[in-house]
Design a protein around this ligand. Structure first.
Ligand code: GCU
Length: 659
């Protein structure tokens, strides 16, 4: 592949130069491959490790490493002799004289170690100084694909699905291997291959054969395959009258179905379920609880895998506050879920907004394994057209202290993280070059949620774009300010869900006539002639009471709440004086302006980089930034004009007129 088309992602292994090149010129290998005596898969993993190392060293060293010297020094030694299974994937990579030793307790540890070594070398680290040891913080590091069997990707902005169900199982696209390499390079170890809005027929034998082919291809890379299931499948495809989780026939059907999966795919990961949400069937259709539904599937899967049950639920019937519903349905069930059930919780209580407070469930279910659900694809952040680096968004939530169990990052440690994938058939996988960084960042954080966003941005930039120090700093600065800019021009000061309905692109705060109240942007901003914001304190929906006292007390007062969440929890008069000395209206307008100015600054910085970036990718990003500049103004101007139609206030004096 041509590096410039983006297909190689962060695995470009662009040739080193100068001293860094000299330093690795002597490196070759691998030799002394000590593999576990395990089953055939184990050696396929070692084979993948060798191959990656060969490709990586060759490219990084401009071929000099490939000319295998017969000298006794300068080898990369892969020493992973004892396979202690799936979970023992921690590795060490250490210089030992002129050699480098990669060690671990499973073949997968060696593969992960190879990727770590290549990352360090790409970053220009001197091989003789390499000394790292690492292991994943959490057991499950997963991608959730919202890919439909017909190739359409729900909320996908990078082309069609990468999964070729039509030709599987006979034909396996090379892309499936490159996809596995990219995931393994980050330590991603689970993939849900189909949309949470699942079609029941994807549980039929013809599909199981396709999963088997994929699972076999991904096994060497440490990736287990999972499938989203439709809860009513026993009725839809099983010929039963019911899908009641307490009905013995239904239970037997799922048991047989699970056995069928494991017969084909012995390390099948398990089921992901969206139930009783947005019209999907579920146990509540039979008067049963989420726990009844999840535990029935958990019994069918047994100790072979996991049931991941999503907490993203809301219904038209509950009219108080959508933000409260998941907590209301799930918290009373704490402690009732089977051991192999994980409840997967979105980062915030509504839906992947540019900014939300953390989900209150993270502090409220100490006896349930909770998994963190992030959205890598940018449904509410300008699709692949707007540049927004999401690591700071996830870091912001992972760092919160929900009041029990430590920080959110610690609460989810026993389970893991899931990210809604942003991959598609586009040559560059993600629809834009910078969106690759979000896939990368998700994987890095799932491996180690303590990694600072800025470090992730920097290492991604070096591997993907350039090793030129000034250019790196410029790009990192762009990335680090990008998500906050989106918040500024779309939903400042805690506003949310003002995107146009259905597709969620562009502003539409004026929409208020859709049949379900919580589909309307006006439901979320509650603006009128006097003020704006959703009162979620005691005088309003009281959603604030779902948070621990230590937090609720701080957030209860509009003057002490973090202003980034102000209008999420409070309805404030337009003319109210804020601690800043400005009125709310003045603050709001200046936020919009600031967001637009930030995008302009990003575009200027990028324009300066034309010498450091290949022309093809430089132009592609330039063109996207031009769209973003125009649409940031669209967001600002449409939003302000609409608020003015309600409050009748003039534009504040100090605010620049729209450019
Ligand atoms: C959002 C998104 C849907 C998706 C849903 C989910 O509402 O718009 O497309 O199905 O989240 O997470 O289940």
């Amino acid at each position: 592949a041509k590096a410039e088309d983006g297909y190689d992602l962060w695995l470009r292994y662009a040739p080193l130069e100068g001293e860094a090149l000299d330093r690795i010129a002597g490196l070759h290998g691998p030799v002394a491959v000590l593999s576990s005596d395990g089953p055939e898969e184990a050696s396929a993993t070692m084979e993948a490790a060798r191959r990656e190392l060969g490709v990586g060293l060759t490219r990084l060293s401009r071929n000099s490493a490939s000319s295998m010297r017969s000298g006794a020094e300068g080898y990369v030694r892969l020493e992973c002799p004892e396979n202690r299974g799936d979970s023992a994937v921690g590795y060490s990579v250490r210089a030992d004289g002129a050699d480098i030793r990669i060690r671990g307790s499973s073949d997968l540890a060696c593969l992960y170690g190879v990727f770590a070594l290549l990352r360090e070398l790409s970053l220009g680290v001197d091989p003789v100084r390499i000394d790292i040891a690492s292991e994943p913080a959490m057991p499950l590091r997963m991608l959730n694909h919202w890919d439909n069997p017909d190739g359409h990707v729900e909320r996908g902005y990078a082309g069609r699905s990468i999964f070729d169900w039509w030709h599987l199982p006979e034909r396996l696209d090379q892309r499936m291997i490159d996809y596995a390499r990219a995931n393994a390079s980050l330590g991603i170890n689970g993939v849900v291959v189909n949309n949470v809005n699942a079609r029941a027929f994807m549980l039929e034998p013809r599909y199981i054969a396709k999963y088997k082919r994929l699972a076999d291809a991904w096994r060497p890379y440490g990736i287990r395959l999972y499938v989203s299931v439709r809860f009513s499948a026993p009725k839809d495809i099983g010929g039963l009258d019911s899908a009641d989780p307490l009905d013995p026939e239904v239970r037997a059907w799922w048991q047989a179905k699970a056995d069928e999966f494991y017969a084909a795919v012995p390390d099948f990961g398990g089921f992901l379920v969206k139930a009783n949400s947005e019209g999907q069937p579920g146990p509540q259709d039979y008067g049963r609880s989420h726990a009844d539904g999840a535990n029935m599937l958990a019994e069918a899967i047994g100790n072979r895998g996991t049931v991941i049950w999503r907490a993203f639920v809301y219904s038209a019937e509950d009219e108080t506050d959508r933000a409260k519903q998941a907590y209301g349905e799930f918290v009373p069930l704490d402690g009732q879920f089977a051991d192999n059930v994980i409840v997967q919780v979105k980062n915030g209580p509504i839906d992947f907004q540019p900014r939300e407070p953390f989900h209150p469930m993270f502090g409220a279910m100490p006896n349930t394994k909770l998994m963190f659900e992030a959205q890598i694809t940018k449904e509410y952040l300008g699709f692949a057209s707007h540049l927004a680096f999401l690591a700071p968004l996830w870091e912001e939530v992972l760092d919160q202290e929900p009041g029990r169990g430590g920080r959110v990052a610690e609460v989810v440690l026993p389970a893991g993280m899931a990210g809604v994938a942003n991959t598609g058939s586009d040559r560059n996988w993600s629809g834009s070059h910078f969106d690759q960084a979000n896939w990368y960042a998700f994987g890095r954080l799932a491996w180690n949620p303590e990694l600072p966003s800025e470090q992730i941005a920097r290492e991604w930039t070096v591997q993907t774009f350039t090793r030129e120090p000034e250019a790196i700093e410029k790009i990192v600065r762009m990335m680090m300010r990008s998500r906050e800019a989106v918040v500024g021009y779309m939903t400042p000061l805690g506003l949310a869900h003002l995107m146009n309905t259905g597709h969620h692109y562009g502003p539409a705060p004026w929409v208020c006539d859709l049949p379900r109240p919580e589909w309307n942007p006006c439901y979320y901003h509650r603006a009128d002639a006097d003020g704006i914001g959703f009162d979620r304190t005691e005088s309003g929906s009281d959603a604030l009471s779902q948070y621990a006292d230590s937090i609720a007390n701080r957030w209860d007062d509009p003057n002490t709440i973090d202003p980034r969440f102000l209008l999420w929890f409070h309805h404030i008069a337009w003319t109210a004086k804020r601690p800043s000395g400005l009125t709310l209206w003045e603050e709001l307008v200046s936020e919009y302006d600031w967001g637009v100015a930030e995008v302009d600054a990003m575009a200027r910085e990028w324009a300066d980089l034309s010498d450091a970036i290949d022309p093809q990718r430089h132009r592609a990003v330039t063109e996207s930034l031009a769209i973003q500049q125009r649409e940031a103004r669209w967001w600002r101007d449409a939003s302000i004009a609409y608020w003015q139609s309600l409050n009748g206030l003039p534009l504040p004096e100090n605010v620049r007129p729209p450019a």
